[in-house]
Design a protein around this ligand. Structure first.
Ligand SMILES: [Zn+2]
Length: 387
């Protein structure tokens, strides 16, 4: 064998080993399951595929939890994990799922809406694959996902994404973004089927309030806010004012633009009777001029570059050495969801919702997020669900 052939063979073996080792990590990440303990009010667990059967058996299918009160009332849907790289949403939804006592009305929770996006990563940005939250019984491990669905589940992308039904031209990548594919269609792309399934759920279950929970960069003006279309503006404004007055944190209202299509806060209201809201809490991790994308940055939100930019007035939220810890962001989401339900109930007594045992902002900031998670190894197996 010539020397050259030996070198080439060695090179192929080394590249093969590196590809295998790298791929193995991604394979494990894609198949990692997060246990969730269904709380005392969970009466049914459905799947998105119950609304669009084509989703069955795909990575896009996901759990839909129903928490029904003894007394009839309004119905509120909480969607988390539309963007799986904004984890405060999932962490808040999990607090509602594991702790809520629903006395009146129905709470419907989808903790990992873009389930395929939750099994994807952004390798070029050096995202961590997992993060852990400290609880009273140890650490709870979560997958860190991406903004868009995995190309393993929906591919190829077009040069330009033509939104259905408005034919607005959007970035090619947004065809895998479940906050651009609303209202969806039953025979469209996989992500159009996901949003269509949620629209069908909203219409068939007669959902009154639909809240899509997110996080946004501190350098982006639409952050630390509630985005609401015309019909939801009154409740959003009362929620924002009440939170500021009683709990002391800012959460301003942003009107949903009519001309920007495909977003939940626009299409849910236009294609159903539900009132949509989209919650944004700051997530410094997603800002571009930061240090390495570490788990610490994700959970604590402390970054020296953002601190400098804040002093130059470049950020849209207050920012100091404390950063933006995950407990503040999750606490804000918990309070905002509860307050929207309260403001709606005040105006619609026959469709009131009564939810208790969910912490508000100050409780989550004082106790930490993990304080509210149940130990899946101690829970009754029939109440533990994996996604
Ligand atoms: Zn988002």
């Amino acid at each position: 064998m010539s020397r050259q052939l030996i070198y080439k063979s060695l090179l192929v073996i080394i590249i093969g080993c590196l590809t295998f080792l790298g791929g193995l990590q991604l394979y494990k990440h894609r198949h990692f399951q997060t246990p969730m303990v269904a709380g005392p009010s969970v009466t049914q667990v459905k799947k998105l595929s119950d609304y669009v059967p084509d989703l069955k058996g795909t990575m896009a299918d996901t759990n839909v939890f129903f928490l029904e009160g003894k007394e009839p009332g309004g119905k509120m849907l909480v969607i988390a994990g539309t963007h799986s790289n904004e984890p405060a949403a999932l962490l808040s939804a999990l607090i509602f799922l594991e702790n809520s006592t629903v006395e009146k009305g129905t709470l419907i929770i989808i903790p990992q809406f873009n389930n395929s996006g939750g099994r994807n990563t952004r390798s070029g940005d050096g995202y961590p694959l997992y993060f852990q939250i400290k609880t009273r019984w140890g650490h709870k491990k979560f997958r860190m996902g991406n903004r868009v669905a995995s190309p393993l589940d929906q591919w190829p992308d077009p040069d330009v994404y033509v939104h259905y039904p408005d034919r607005q031209l959007l970035s090619y990548l947004d065809i895998r973004n479940t906050n651009r594919t609303w209202p969806g269609r039953p025979n469209g792309s996989l992500m159009e089927k996901v949003t269509y399934a949620a629209m069908e759920l909203i219409r068939k279950e007669n959902v009154d309030l639909a809240i899509d929970v997110h996080g946004a960069e501190t350098m982006f003006p639409v952050t630390n806010c509630i985005v609401a279309p015309e019909n939801s503006l009154r409740i959003a404004t009362m929620t924002s004012l009440t939170l500021k007055a009683t709990e002391g944190f800012d959460n301003h209202v942003e009107p949903s633009p009519k001309g920007f299509r495909g977003l939940s806060h626009r299409e849910i209201g236009d294609f159903s009777d539900a009132l949509p809201f989209l919650l944004e809490a700051p997530i410094p991790f997603l800002d571009q001029p930061t240090g390495p994308k570490t788990v610490d940055l994700l959970l604590e939100g402390k970054d020296p570059f953002l601190l400098k930019l804040s002093k130059k007035g470049k950020l849209f939220v207050p920012y100091d050495e404390q950063g933006w810890p995950i407990s503040k962001r999750v606490g804000q989401h918990c309070s905002a969801v509860l307050e929207i339900a309260k403001q709606f109930s005040r105006r619609n007594s026959e469709k009131a919702l009564k939810i208790s045992h969910v912490p508000r902002y100050a409780d989550v900031v004082n106790n930490g997020v993990g304080f509210y998670y149940k130990d899946p190894s101690k829970a009754d197996k029939k109440n533990v669900f994996y996604n």
